[in-house]
Design a protein around this ligand. Sequence first.
Ligand code: TYD
Ligand code: MG
Length: 451
Amino acid sequence: MAKGKKTAFFCQNCGYESGKWMGQCPACREWNTFAEEIVEKSAGAHTVRRETAEPVRLSSIKSGEESRISSGCGELDRVLGGGIVPGSLVLVGGDPGIGKSTLLLQVCKNMTQQGRRVLYISGEESLQQIKMRAERIGKIGEELLLLCETNLETIKSAIQRVKPEAVVIDSIQTMYNETVGSAPGSVSQVRESTSLLMQIAKGMEITVFIVGHVTKEGVVAGPRVLEHMVDTVLYFEGDRHASYRILRGVKNRFGSTNEIGVFEMRETGLEEVKNPSEFMLDGKPEGASGSIVACSMEGTRPILIEIQALVCRSNMAIPRRTAVGTDYNRVNLLMAVLEKRLGLHLSSYDAYVNIAGGIRMNEPAIDLAVVLALVSSYKDRPIDEKAIAFGEVGLSGEVRGVSMAQQRALEAKKLGFTTVIMPQVSVKAVGQIDGVRILGVRSLKDAVERI
Ligand code: TYD
Ligand code: MG
């Protein structure tokens, strides 16, 4: 590093700043993540001082609720809380190659079809590459403008000239700001770039979509540093080998989080999956033991998924336990409950739990289904394949109530299930549903005996 310049050390994983180098970050506990960066910048470069600051009455402020713009894609609108809010900063994170650029180019396509002007700025791909992708996803309107640039000052003046309604920055790790001395992708660079983009978004009422790469090792400054700066954080996830992708809202200043949007990656770009339950249950085995369908609420929408368990005799001193798609510790806890409350001798058995389809589900309401799948596999007795189960399991083996039981039961009916195994305390909230047998259970013992 050049002598005479003011520098600081930043954890490249979480953005923690320190005056000296450290081996382990005290904030995120990662090792070897500190890198030296120049922090000197022109004083007050991004601070605008106003002479008067006049507080205003809350009642005199016009609500911006009705001015949402549709992204033309129902699944994305749902995750955003009902559409794009003008002037908001949206971060789309995800592993490389998951489809972030494709998704945002499709948003551009939909917005231009509504006659809106959109500016797509790429720091990663050439104009030809973007053109090739655009040809795959279909007809794009006239008002999509492309720019291959990484210098933020240039980008800022381009935005001021073009005056688009939305800007896409692909990706934040490639952008750099001359006032910051460190390399693109470093924590201070990413942070400065984002604050500049935030001023553009808020000052000019332009929606800015920022693409951010995440790496497991945290080598590049992950979007973690920006999460608190932006209005909305969306994560794009999915199994690279499966065709569907899940867009998950982790932070949203304009709507609820936990909403998910489901997409399928096709030859012609991302396609919305309107009915995820049907999609997830595709290929469910019939009459197999160790399998049952659970219902999890993802935001406001119930989703049915198949839970699979395989319990088999172990020939190791410490039996193997694996959980794919759900919390490993939770599965261990449920197995301990089974051992203690139902007297199953699971300590000499290996157990594998899998959420079919590769989706991740962490809602406690899937507990009952996990437990039933384990018991079914242990006893090698299949469960009625027209049954679904949901309910939280407590440490004393009781089945506890869950929220929105009625929506879950109705979703089951919609997909042709005839039995719903659920907590007794929630039965009243569900009421009668034609053609569906509601089986209220109070405890695990109760549940296992009645199936
Ligand atoms: P991309 O949007 O480039 O990912 P990211 O920006 O997150 O790095 O898309 C990555 C993958 O999507 C790539 O492997 C090719 C695939 N793809 C399709 O299958 N169909 C398509 O129509 C497009 C455009 C991409
Ligand atoms: Mg990309």
